[in-house]
Design a protein around this ligand. Structure first.
Ligand SMILES: Cc1cc2nc3c(=O)[nH]c(=O)nc-3n(C[C@H](O)[C@H](O)[C@H](O)COP(=O)(O)O)c2cc1C
Length: 165
């Protein structure tokens, strides 16, 4: 028995996404490894975000957001959109290929494994986090292996780090 420690849940392997939003002209992106399917009919994804996260606040205000599921070679994107020193607004997307999601108007990152265009379906406070719910209205899937978060690092299905598989 090891008790209920945060480090114990690092054995959960989860996909890594960048959630993006556009609200009144303000763009924002945030890395999350907690996006999962919570309902099939209707199709709803949930992402657990730190209470008060910028992405969560903007997504609720906008009513729409986009989930960009990262591929195995996109660890750089994962690290950047988790970096608290990234610039605010559109500048944080400089240097990355993206276009506005036709449905949500949020940045749709090129070369990702999948995009899910979501209509906000509310959020549920759970402990020190909030689960942001989004009904999938449009989706677009690519091919390739996912980027995974596991044991405190970024992995691919074949390697230890998304940058050096
Ligand atoms: C691989 C990885 C996964 C992450 N997953 C989450 C997550 O699921 N929920 C969360 O709140 N923060 C997560 N973070 C941390 C956020 O990306 C980071 O705190 C971010 O700066 C929050 O941005 P915001 O508050 O500006 O939206 C993750 C970071 C990394 C590197």
């Amino acid at each position: 028995m090891t008790g209920a420690r945060t480090t114990a849940v690092r054995r959960l392997a989860t996909p890594v996404s960048v959630l993006t939003v556009s609200h009144e002209g303000r763009l924002h992106g945030t890395t999350a490894s907690t996006t999962t399917l919570v309902s099939t009919r209707p199709l709803i994804l949930g992402t657990s975000l730190r209470a008060g996260s910028v992405l969560g606040e903007l997504a609720i205000a906008a009513g729409w957001f986009t989930v960009n599921v990262l591929g195995g070679g996109q660890a750089e994107l994962a690290r950047w959109f988790a970096d608290g020193s990234r610039p605010p607004g559109a500048a944080q997307f400089d240097g990355f290929a993206w276009r506005p999601d036709p449905l949500t108007t949020a940045p749709l990152l090129e070369g990702t494994l999948a995009h899910y265009s979501c209509r906000g379906a509310g959020r549920i406070a759970v402990g020190d986090h909030e689960v942001l719910l989004g009904r999938v209205v449009e989706s677009d899937t690519g091919s390739g292996d996912p980027l995974l978060s596991f044991a405190g690092g970024l992995r691919t299905l074949t390697g230890r780090d998304g940058t050096t598989p």
